[in-house]
Design a protein around this ligand. Structure first.
Ligand code: NAP
Length: 525
């Protein structure tokens, strides 16, 4: 039998009492480890985190907590190679794709360790200037933010076991809020191992970080009014979470990061360089992590007169993508995470093909070093619609997320029509826009901001230095309105808002004065 991974909660390692769920290698089909959360005393775990972990973290200043993040980063860096091995085995990703998750996590941790220093020795945040409440300036209102006195429960998706942990835990711990993470079962190993390394290193106070692997059963029932819940996953699970009694009755603050049909838009009259940048980025986004990125480009909007050329150029790039066993050095794209995901991608593709034609067929990619009966590998597929009128009718293209290496080319008549089509995604995480003319690009960026959390503009001058359509940078907001979940994460110190409570303190200026530190070291930007 494979090893049963333990859960870390209430300050000790605890094994589930069930047989456990086996985690598999998605390329070889071999059994790796098991996870189980049966029979755990969740109520004690949450109480311990709230009382012991929360109290210890809140006793520290922001700077001291930023120092803890720096220490966690050191622990992670020392074990980086182990994390790559786990990702290879359990996620079936090539090294570059594992880096998006692992090095993305380390970069985000480092970013919060650094910017957290600017908050100094305080234990609360001043929120804006004081406001006079009447004619006499003696009595004023000062808003402050204090860490919430609860736990932060993270329920995470399978595609980012490393980054998904730290992009949430770094702002939570910096805020002084203890974390309980429940990773998606399929790839829980990497999250569990990272928590284990931090626990073994003794970096954090007891109760500050817990991990529960396996079923989510009973977790939401533990939530109390001052707890917060951050969920990443599908829109269907998000719906269940939003309507859960803990959320509706106890007003638990919830952040949802759900699925999204992100777009890439080429403006009319763009230079050859801008077109090439679109082609390159679309092919890259489709294939990184086998398209299992919430931010991946799913819809590609191009002027109708250029559609055929662009389809050919993207297809030519996709044709060069070698798919198969990531242990083979010639392979550029590894596996989907499981047979269930492979089935879901195949079914989704069949659905989209009822409205779109195949421009590049993923089935044309023979697998390298992998048995198609076992390996969860699939080649990249580019779909396309013939004209703008057809695309208006094609509702599925704007509605059904195929979580794999699949995108659809949508020819448009004019920019207004392109914006209308993009808005049919009903809110997305990110759109990228390609072109040359600053005024038109800036106008388009503002128009897209209404239905996106991030707009990524690629002009030839930033062609070699932009950070990538799908790469989530901690400096920028991550999240999107509508079907993207309506959540907000990251965005520098803005991320701390979720873990703080705002209150107005009405008092004489003498009482308010000790609460007001120099704005440079205090105000959340
Ligand atoms: P999922 O099936 O919704 O699962 C997400 C998490 O929810 C997992 O930890 C899962 O646990 C847990 N869960 C399942 N049912 C639950 C319930 N009834 N109550 C509480 N928790 C429950 O999503 P996924 O398949 O892991 O991830 C793929 C999806 O996530 C894609 O649609 C993708 O677009 C989206 N995603 C979004 C973002 C973003 O930032 N917006 C990032 C990554 C992924 P088990 O694994 O144990 O079932």
């Amino acid at each position: 039998m494979t090893e049963l991974l333990s859960n870390y909660m209430a300050g000790r390692w605890q094994a589930g009492t069930g047989a456990g769920t086996v985690l598999l290698d998605p390329v070889l089909g071999t059994e790796l480890v098991r996870v189980d959360a049966t029979g755990l005393d969740l109520a004690s775990a949450f109480a311990y985190a709230r009382q012991t972990g929360g109290r210890a973290l809140r006793a520290l200043s922001y700077r001291q907590r930023a120092d803890l993040l720096a220490k966690i980063l050191e622990v992670m860096q020392a074990q980086r190679e182990t994390y790559y091995e786990i990702a290879l085995a359990n996620s079936g990703t090539v090294k570059n794709d594992s880096a998006v998750d692992i090095d993305g996590a380390l970069f985000t941790l480092g970013h919060y360790a650094k910017i957290g220093q600017s908050l100094g020795e305080q234990q609360h945040l001043v929120d804006g200037p004081a406001a006079r409440l009447g004619k006499d300036p003696l009595f004023q209102s000062q808003h402050v933010r204090v860490p919430t006195h609860g736990v932060a429960l993270f329920i995470n998706a399978f595609n980012f076991p490393a980054w998904g942990l730290w992009e949430k835990a770094a702002p939570a711990l910096l805020s002084g809020v203890p974390v309980i993470v429940k990773p998606a079962t399929a790839t829980a190993w990497l999250t569990q191992r990272m928590v284990k390394d931090v626990v073994d290193a003794g970096v954090l106070p007891p109760g500050a970080l817990s991990v529960i692997c396996g079923s989510s059963q009973g977790l939401l029932e533990q939530l109390q009014p001052f707890d917060v819940l951050s969920f990443t996953g599908s829109a269907d699970t998000a719906e269940l979470i939003r309507s859960h009694a803990a959320v509706t009755r106890r007003s638990v603050r919830v952040n949802i990061e759900a699925d999204s049909l992100n777009s890439a838009l080429l403006l009319p009259g763009s230079s050859r360089e801008a077109v090439d940048l679109l082609v390159k980025e679309v092919a890259r986004e489709m294939t990184v992590k086998s398209g299992q990125k919430c931010t991946a480009i799913r819809r590609v909007l191009v002027p109708q007169e250029q559609a055929a050329d662009i389809a050919q150029a993207i297809s030519a790039r996709l044709a060069k993508t070698t798919v198969g066993n990531p242990r083979n050095e010639s392979v550029r794209m590894g596996a989907l995470v499981s047979r269930a995901q492979l089935r879901s991608v195949q079914e989704g593709l069949a659905l989209l093909q009822s409205q779109a034609q195949v421009l590049h067929d993923g089935a044309s990619h023979a697998l390298v070093d992998a048995d198609p009966r076992i390996a969860c590998c699939v080649g990249p597929t580019l779909l396309g619609l013939k004209d703008a009128t057809a695309s208006e009718a094609a509702g599925l293209i704007h509605d059904h997320e195929v979580f794999g290496p699949v995108a659809t080319l949508l020819p448009y008549r004019d920019p207004d029509q392109a914006l209308d089509l993009i808005a049919r995604g009903q809110g997305s995480l990110v759109a990228s826009v390609y072109g040359d003319e600053p005024q038109a690009l800036a106008r388009t960026a503002l128009a897209l901001s209404a239905c996106h959390g991030r707009v990524h503009i690629i002009t030839p001058d930033v062609g070699s230095l932009h950070t990538g359509h799908g790469n989530v940078m901690p400096q920028s907001l991550h999240g999107g309105p509508g079907r993207a979940g309506g959540g907000e994460e990251l965005g520098g110190l803005r991320a701390l808002d979720f873990y703080h409570r705002r209150a107005a303190i009405q008092a004489s200026t003498g009482v308010l004065q000790p609460l007001q530190a120099p704005p440079a070291a205090q105000t959340v930007a």
